[in-house]
Design a protein around this ligand. Structure first.
Ligand code: SF4
Length: 296
């Protein structure tokens, strides 16, 4: 069996930056340090920071003192103001590419647009963006609900969650242009997401099975699994090596592995080791690991 590791996979710049800021704060500062929401949506990363004495909360109301770290997904500007008013030392680790989305929303609102953001309304990133102006920002969860959106007088801007599927965004943008008259389209999907999606699109059709390593709460990991499935290849999203099932490997000759932008490399390597072990027990033949990063 050949295990192919996707060319673009795993940690992105924004995730590395956030985790680095949290660790640096712990090394430098005394007192409580609390992350608002999950620093990134990966259980191994969250647990690792908790083990280093960094707490976590879903509300600033629970933080009485010390340092509050804003996660890579960002928050509404008002949340940061409130935290500062409460006397907290705020470290904002919002990914700069999420900030691009905030700035785009802000730019259009100030110019009297209604902003439609294509993303998951329950995701921290979308809650933060919507917080700029809940009356003027509409979150579109799914393409098939577009025609349920209200009629809008005046200008409309259509932007995207940073981890949205490129293909779906383009399809949705076409439909938005048919529903509304005066529309500005700005694709705010980040480069890391584009690269990981392009890699899985290239890899999936050549594979018998795809395993995406990432937490169920990770929007970009979920999209990688969806893209592989749309390409016609069975795909499973798993959090860690313990979730690999030996029956998945039956008759598999080429297995592709990718990882969401919040998945550490060591978790991916544990999955590879588990597959090697199960493959040798199940008679899948000799296992070769091909890292497509090395095949430039
Ligand atoms: S996936 Fe994109 S937007 Fe999200 S943290 Fe990584 S670089 Fe930033």
């Amino acid at each position: 069996m050949n295990i192919h590791l996707a060319k673009a996979r795993g940690f992105c710049m924004g995730v590395e930056r956030s985790i680095g800021m949290a660790k640096e704060a712990r090394a430098r500062l005394d007192g409580d340090i609390t992350i608002l929401n999950e620093i990134v949506h990966n259980h191994s990363v969250v647990k690792n920071l908790e083990d280093q004495g960094i707490g976590r909360t879903n509300s600033i109301e629970n933080v009485k003192n010390g340092t509050l770290i804003v996660s890579a997904h960002g928050v509404a500007p008002k949340v940061i103001e409130n935290a500062k008013c409460r006397g907290l030392n705020v470290i904002d680790s919002t990914c700069p590419l999420v900030t691009v989305l905030h700035k785009a929303a802000d730019y259009y609102i100030k110019r009297n647009y209604t902003v439609i953001v294509f993303g998951d309304e329950n995701h921290d990133e979308m809650k933060g963006v919507k917080g700029h102006d809940p009356q003027k920002i509409i979150v579109l969860n799914r393409i098939d609900t577009l025609f349920d959106l209200p009629e809008i007088e005046g200008k409309v801007a259509f932007i995207s969650q940073s981890t949205q599927s490129m293909e779906r965004f383009e399809k949705a943008a076409e439909l938005v242009e048919t529903k509304y008259k005066d529309v500005q389209i700005k694709n705010t999907i980040c480069d890391a997401t584009r690269q990981r999606q392009a890699s899985i699109l290239d890899l999936a059709p050549r594979m018998d099975l795809i395993i995406v390593v990432g937490s169920q709460t990770s929007a970009n990991s979920q999209r990688l699994a969806q893209i592989a499935q749309q390409a016609g290849t069975t795909a499973y999203l798993i959090d860690n090596a313990a979730e690999v099932k030996d029956w998945w490997l039956k008759d598999v000759k080429n297995l592709g592995i990718t990882a969401g932008a919040s998945t550490p490399d060591w978790v991916v390597m544990e999955v590879v080791e588990m597959i090697e072990k199960l493959a040798s027990e199940n008679g899948n033949g000799q296992v070769s690991v091909i890292d497509e990063k090395d095949e430039e």
